[in-house]
Design a protein around this ligand. Structure first.
Ligand code: GLA
Length: 777
């Protein structure tokens, strides 16, 4: 709810559990008062303003008349440099006379309905508060949208140049929030290729922590997102605040504490390498920022983001298919026969969609050529995309295809025809990333060409899924399509060019499910999710690494966006062996796929995968759209424990994933919180183990003695279904929450039966918890 208290000149933005309060002060600046747990309207607003009665030594007073009013010590909703505020400003603009001082003051406000931004990703909204501010010939509009259910405040700003001459934006961030520092710790999601979005905590001290992307994509170095948490905040306890940006390109975030211990936060388009000239009456709109607050710890904060993204960012809310992707199965080395063999087996196992990955087009047999040539390779696909698609459809599988449209190889027909479409400067040979160049998406000829080419491709067959990849970062930035004064717009215009293509294609093909990818998770952000509802989380599919990556990702992104694959043994990224059941257990929390040569499976693996798929289908709604809770993490303990609960809170799945097997471990329990009151049955998913896991111990169980790596044992191991322990208990919801669920003890080297959990390194279980209709006592 948005409420303006006329007497106080104060805005109250209330969600179900939070309040955001700011006021128009006596100098007509927007002064921040409060953001936190829900409060009643203040009767004493003046008592909450940070005020000096006298000028502070060595500081700049706003005016002769108001000596004690120093912008550097005022909590502001919008900030500029030049009138005594020395913190990172929201806006920095060069005026026609070369000066850069601005002072935005409140003019008016109104509520607008269904605000829509053209060609930009954005949240759906019904009512938005628009506040108009002015300084000289520039108007700024601050936008606030309130999402009561999800406890979200959405903010961004727009400005218009009313000068007759050009002005230049050197910095235009999306929002500004000032508050008192409460000994906050900053949580960021930092990473790199194959180790994306690891949770990283830093204690805040005086000064600025700035993190950004200059890579052209939001990047896996730092996600455009952060959390501030008060001391002692845990997953289910304490106060914390989250900030996320709906944008896919270069961004910056600043978290600053000034000498008076005032905290300033802002985020938006990166001001580095950004100079944006606006002509008379031209407007500039910044990407939207998503804010949330939780007084119930980090899980609630994440759940607020999850609900918001599912309800207001993502357009495709359908259950997602289980797919098989041929990349790690074949890489570039495939023909139609090989693909069909994989697809045939996939169908037998219960998989629903086959995705043809890189290598199907032009002369592409390695990653040196053909990006840009989006027509089929006759040697690999004799009857083209339609031919293979029809054959896949005949197997009763849907068909999907990989593309990387933003790129071109020098060795391609497209580059020969349009060398000027690739990004390069006039002075240097362009640096390459994965042997490829970027196309200039600021050029309308390029965007039109891509729309047309992809339209043709996507309508050429019964395509139900597209994996949209982007495998290199920016370099050699320059566009021969832009005027000299507009070169500083490049990075942002590239992103807008991409959004325009995506807007067109996703609207034209509403039935195609799009998944975005950028060497795995190099562009996992809310901007891409607006167009493509799921993202290839990481090229790393090792289950231990994935537990860390998916857990970090879950801090902001819901399970419905996190695409995971079960791949072969061993991991192609870290050469680690993890049990097939664990690869599934971790991958099943989100969107499930397989990425291994299914045509070469052993009988036992085939049997295991078939069971996994059956289980996933049965619980798909829960695993894709349920409420996700982090209970424990391998970052702090030896176990990752995740839980997903249905809306009614009467059914849940719990993942228990172990890091290292421990000798003679103690008994483990799991706290199962927040279930609806009642009696529950807890069972474990039926899992099977390869008897080779037990090494030479197998000879102590079998009646005959076999050579440990011998052919006979291998033959038996490839067929023998060794069922893991069967767990079945009855608890009440109160017992689950307070006494915790007691697990079977793990194998200790002395013997086993069906009540002993054999849990090797990276072993895991999934428990199913369901409310019983009947009373059992
Ligand atoms: C990227 C993707 C992979 C695969 C390859 C194909 O690395 O992340 O999943 O599609 O490209 O070249």
């Amino acid at each position: 709810m948005i409420h303006y208290n006329e007497t106080q000149k104060t805005f109250y933005l209330n969600t179900n559990n939070t309040s955001y309060v700011f006021t128009v002060n006596e100098h007509s600046h927007l002064e921040h008062i409060y953001y936190g747990s829900k409060v009643e309207e203040f009767q004493n607003i003046e008592d909450f303003k940070i005020k000096y009665e006298f000028e502070l030594g060595s500081s700049t007073s706003y005016s002769k008349e108001a000596k004690g009013y120093m912008l550097n010590n005022t909590l502001l909703e919008l900030s500029t440099y030049g009138k005594g505020d020395y913190r990172e400003p929201t806006l920095h603009i060069e005026l026609p006379d070369g000066s850069r001082t601005l002072d935005f003051k409140y003019v008016s406000h109104k509520i607008i309905k269904d605000k829509h931004i053209k060609n930009m990703p954005q949240a759906t909204k019904s009512q938005t508060l628009e506040i108009k501010l002015n300084s000289l010939e520039i108007d700024v509009f601050l936008y606030y949208t309130v999402y009561e259910e999800e406890n979200i405040i959405l903010r961004n700003l727009e400005l218009i140049n009313n000068f007759k001459e050009d002005i230049t934006l050197d910095k235009a961030l999306s929002f500004n929030l000032d508050m008192l520092n409460k000994e906050y710790t900053l949580t960021k999601l930092d990473g790199a290729w194959i180790k994306e979005r690891h949770i990283n905590d830093t204690y805040l001290t005086k000064g600025t922590i700035r993190f950004d992307s200059k890579k052209g994509v939001s990047s896996s170095d730092h996600n455009p997102f952060f959390i501030l948490k008060e001391p002692q905040t845990l997953e289910d306890y304490g106060n914390c605040m989250g900030v996320g940006l709906i944008y896919s390109g270069n961004f910056e975030a600043n978290i600053e504490i000034n000498p008076q211990n005032l905290l300033r936060l802002n985020i938006g388009i990166n001001s580095f390498d950004f100079r944006y000239t606006l002509s008379h009456q031209e407007r500039f709109i910044t990407p939207e920022t998503v804010l949330t607050y939780s007084n119930k710890g980090l899980n609630k904060l994440s759940q607020n983001f999850h609900d918001f993204i599912n309800n207001h960012i993502i357009k495709n809310k359908k259950e997602r298919p289980i797919l098989v992707n041929n990349w790690e199965a074949t890489y570039f080395d495939f023909n139609q026969k090989k693909l069909l063999a994989i697809a045939k087996k996939a169908k037998k196992l219960g998989i629903e969609l086959f995705c043809l990955d890189d290598g199907w087009f032009g002369r592409r047999n390695d990653d040196f050529s053909s990006l840009g040539d989006w027509y089929y390779n006759k040697k690999k696909l004799p009857r083209g995309v339609k031919g293979i698609c029809d054959k896949i459809n005949k197997l009763d599988l849907d068909f999907g295809i990989w593309v990387e449209p933003e790129m071109v190889n020098e060795d391609s027909d497209l580059y020969k025809e349009h060398p000027d479409w690739a990004i390069k400067t006039n002075h240097f040979t362009s640096s390459l990333g994965r042997n490829q160049l970027l196309l200039d998406l600021t050029n309308k000829d390029v965007t039109s060409y891509l729309k047309e080419t992809l339209h043709k491709l996507f309508s050429s067959a019964n395509i139900k899924y597209v994996k949209w990849d982007m495998n290199r970062n920016f370099s050699d930035i320059y566009s021969n399509n832009l005027q000299i004064k507009d070169q500083g717009k490049f990075a942002h215009l590239y992103v807008l060019g991409l959004y325009e293509i995506l807007e067109y294609l996703t609207n034209t093909f509403p039935d195609i499910l799009f998944e975005s990818c950028s060497s795995g998770g190099n562009r996992f952000d809310m901007g891409m999710l607006y167009y493509m509802p799921q993202t290839w989380t990481s090229d790393n599919t090792d289950s231990y690494e994935r537990a860390l990556i998916q857990e970090g990702t879950s801090m902001i992104y819901p399970l419905s966006t996190i695409s995971n694959h079960v791949s072969g043994d061993r991991s192609h990224q870290v050469l680690r062996h993890t049990p097939l059941e664990s690869r599934f257990n971790v991958a099943s929390f989100g969107i499930l796929g397989y990425e291994l040569d299914l045509s070469k499976l052993t009988k036992i693996d085939e049997f295991i995968i078939k069971n996994q798929i059956e289980f996933y289908k049965k619980h798909r709604a829960l695993l894709q759209y349920g409420t996700f809770t982090r209970i424990s993490s391998v970052r702090n303990k030896n176990h990752t424990i995740w839980m997903v609960t249905n809306k009614e809170r009467d059914e849940a799945l719990v993942l228990y994933f172990q890091d290292k097997a421990l000798p003679n471990p103690s008994f483990e329990t799991i706290r199962i919180p927040n279930l609806k009151e009642g009696n529950y049955k807890i069972t474990s998913r039926t899992q099977y183990m390869n008897i080779r896991t037990t090494g030479s111990l197998v000879n102590h169980v079998l009646p005959i003695k076999l050579k440990v790596n011998g052919t006979l044992l291998n033959m038996i191991a490839n067929r023998f279904k060794y069922k893991e322990d069967t767990f079945s208990k009855n608890y009440t919801s109160k017992q689950l929450q307070n006494c915790d669920l007691l697990l079977h003890h793990t194998f200790t080297g002395t013997g086993t039966n069906d009540k002993v959990m054999i849990l090797p390194d990276y072993g895991s279980r999934i428990f199913h918890i369901k409310r019983e209709q009947t009373q059992w006592n």
